[in-house]
Design a protein around this ligand. Structure first.
Ligand SMILES: [Zn+2]
Length: 335
């Protein structure tokens, strides 16, 4: 048993309370590789932002959970080396699907876990979430739960259609489970193809797809039911058109990829939404830079040559999200 506190990580409690009060959101970036980890830490340190580094089941399968845990420990030390005296870094399990997986992560030093029982019947979701909360709280680990179903594909989480969270259920769910934050479904979606073209309209000037707006009415209903309670948005990449264009210009094939417009995420950040999950944008930033570099430098074969611009492109994207979308810059609780 390793406590996250020994590793210099923090849970989400204080940062969420400050984010809800201050009208901003904490970035939750998924990571699988060293370059992503470095880019996340550099961006967080340079902007003086708290940050959630999250590990999905797919990341555990790809990189190995033990390695990722040591990378998070390394992230804390790296942040200090870059000049941040008190880094506020959360190591979070994204989409935990069983009590055993959540327990395993808590026991190995994660400071926050998500138990995703959203596909289960309501009462089973409550029972599973409550069991995880009871274990996690013994070790001061915070728990994110989910009510409502998101559409899209993310690692092993997949659903054809979304079901908005029912505002009338949130008080009962939060009270009976004791969860610390709640992921809701208001129209965000996993992956780089968040909406089918037929769900979108076309911008007459650019011909680009314009996605349907998020259900802010549902969000505001939930906020009214649970004043000040931390709300989480999954599937909130914006799928930047310039990255998609670069990928397509250098041999890729991502037709009609579409994400959540940043103005809507900016608006959501000002509400009780205090954690916004971004994964696809990092994948796109990395792939765009690698494709461009390799196409322009066909004789190069040292991975450091093409991973360096990939890392720089991800870092630029992370800083943009922190400063221009979520507003979590200069929000460290301990200066
Ligand atoms: Zn998710």
């Amino acid at each position: 048993m390793v406590s996250y506190k020994e590793l210099g990580l923090v849970n989400t409690r204080a940062m969420f309370a400050a984010a809800v009060k201050g009208g901003y959101a904490i970035p939750a970036f998924n990571f699988n590789t060293m370059e992503q980890m470095q880019a996340i830490v550099q961006a967080a340190v340079e902007t003086k932002s708290p940050v959630i580094m999250q590990v999905s089941k797919g990341a555990r399968n790809y990189a190995n959970a033990t390695i990722l845990r040591y990378m998070a420990q390394g992230a804390v030390e790296y942040a200090k080396e870059l000049g941040c005296a008190h880094p506020e870094i959360v190591l979070h399990l994204d989409h935990g699907d069983s009590f055993e997986l959540c327990k395993d992560c808590i026991d190995m030093g994660f400071s926050s876990v998500m138990i995703d029982g959203s596909a289960l019947p309501y009462e089973e979701n409550i029972a599973l979430t409550k069991k995880v909360v009871e274990y996690a709280h013994k070790y001061d680990v915070t728990v994110e739960a989910e009510l409502g179903v998101l559409a899209g594909v993310e690692d092993e989480v997949a659903s054809e259609v979304s079901h908005y969270t029912k505002p009338e259920e949130v008080i009962d769910f939060a009270t009976r489970t004791g969860c610390d934050s709640l992921a809701i479904s208001i129209g965000t979606s996993h992956g780089a193809y968040k909406f089918k073209p037929e769900q979108c309209t076309r911008d007459p000037k650019t011909g680009k797809l314009v996605p349907p707006p998020l259900a802010f009415d549902v969000l505001h209903e939930i906020e009214k039911k649970l004043p000040g309670f931390p709300i989480v948005l999954h599937g909130s990449s914006s799928v930047p058109q310039e990255e998609v264009d670069t990928i397509n210009a250098y041999g890729g094939k991502l037709p009609d990829a579409v994400g959540i417009p940043e103005e809507q995420l900016r608006e959501a950040s000002k509400s009780a939404v205090c954690k916004i999950n971004i994964d696809s944008d990092s994948r796109l930033a990395m792939t765009a830079a690698v494709r461009k570099y390799l196409a322009e430098n066909p004789s190069h074969f040292d991975p450091r040559q093409y991973l360096k611009p990939a890392r720089e492109n991800m870092k630029k994207m992370y800083i943009h999200k922190i400063v221009d979308v979520l507003g979590s810059n200069d929000k460290l609780l301990q200066k």
